[in-house]
Design a protein around this ligand. Structure first.
Ligand code: PMV
Length: 322
């Protein structure tokens, strides 16, 4: 039996804007997807026949890392809500890539970068060619990751990724950022609206909206906040970060990716938080709040009909499970 697990992610700054040249800053959180593999007569997923059309990410990772002549029974166990903007498919992709790699006797540590690249290719093909390497990089590396269109000299550079997308050639540099412990110790509250959202549809909608100058202006301001927040994060000042998150949410509303349910959750948690915003593609999915009163936030989320998750910063990325 071979098993690997990988963390979910939450985007602190730069969702959508990362597809238009801005940096995205994302953190791994301690919700995890675990993939276990056992030898089998045929390819199975949680006991049923595996259908790559229904599970394109997994199908892609099997085609890159699996041995098609030696079928496996795949079991997935995940605490990450799906289609909620928390990178469940990325976590599943990197965990399955590592488990598949292990099943073939490969040294998983030396293949970390190829794992992140393969998982990104899977995301990009599932998202109609519009996918940044943010989710897959965070799930692979853990900690905090900054994905930008050029190298940031002050940060640890991990790898560069290029993609031909429907909007032209894209280039991203992936960096790790070390977060001061004054910040990484603060609980992260996630509020899931219970409404799933399609990242592919949201990125397509934003691509269409970008034809309009008012949307482009709001996107430029999201990019500015994202740029400035790299310095704010290194100071570890939760008030300043929370304030930037809340301002970012107002701009994401203008880009058209928030919803009544997301806005209601934000209003409910703000009195108990340093700041809050939607996280991920939006349209549904989740909000993220930085708060020293996580229980109060969780109660407010429940009162609004949402599902709270009190989580924390996860330092560890993908790993072989014992
Ligand atoms: O909702 P998620 O977890 O798929 O995050 C998407 C983030 C976007 O910036 C909207 C898309 C991307 O590929 O970066």
């Amino acid at each position: 039996m071979w098993s690997a697990d990988a963390p979910a992610k939450a985007i602190l700054f730069g969702e959508h804007a990362v597809l238009y040249g801005a940096p995205a800053i994302a953190i791994a959180i301690d919700l995890r997807a675990s993939v276990s593999l056992e030898k089998s007569e045929k390819w199975l997923l949680n006991g049923d026949a595996f259908n790559p059309l229904l599970n394109p990410h997994l199908g892609h990772l099997i085609s890159e890392f699996g041995d098609l002549d030696n079928p496996l029974s795949i079991s997935i166990d995940s605490t990450i809500p799906m289609a909620a903007g928390l990178g469940s498919s990325a976590a599943l992709s990197v965990a399955s890539g590592m488990a598949l790699s292990a099943s073939r006797g490969h040294n998983s540590v030396t293949s970390i970068e190829s794992l992140a690249r393969a998982a990104h290719r899977a995301e990009a093909s599932a998202q109609g060619g519009r996918a940044s390497p943010t989710d897959t990089s965070v799930s692979t590396l853990g900690g905090a990751v900054i994905v930008s269109s050029s190298r940031i000299k002050s940060l640890e550079h991990r790898w560069a990724i290029d993609l031909e997308s429907p909007d032209g050639s894209k280039h991203w540099d992936v960096h790790s950022l070390s977060i001061p412990s004054s910040l990484s110790r603060i609980p992260i509250v996630i509020g899931f609206t219970g409404i799933s959202s399609s990242t592919k549809k949201m990125v397509e909608m934003v691509a269409n909206n970008m034809q309009t100058s008012s949307f482009r202006l709001a996107m430029e301001k999201v990019s500015e906040i994202s740029q400035k927040s790299i310095d704010i994060l290194s100071t570890g000042n939760p008030e300043a970060i929370g304030d930037a998150m809340t301002r970012c949410h107002s701009l994401l509303q203008k880009i058209g990716v928030s919803s009544t349910e997301l806005d209601n959750l934000i209003d409910a948690v703000l009195p108990f938080s340093f700041g809050a915003k939607l996280t991920g593609a939006g349209g549904g999915g989740c909000i993220i709040a930085l708060s020293n009163e996580p229980q109060a936030c969780a109660e407010e989320i429940n009162k609004c009909g949402g599902i709270p998750y009190i989580t924390s910063f996860a330092e560890i990325g993908v790993k072989i499970s014992s």
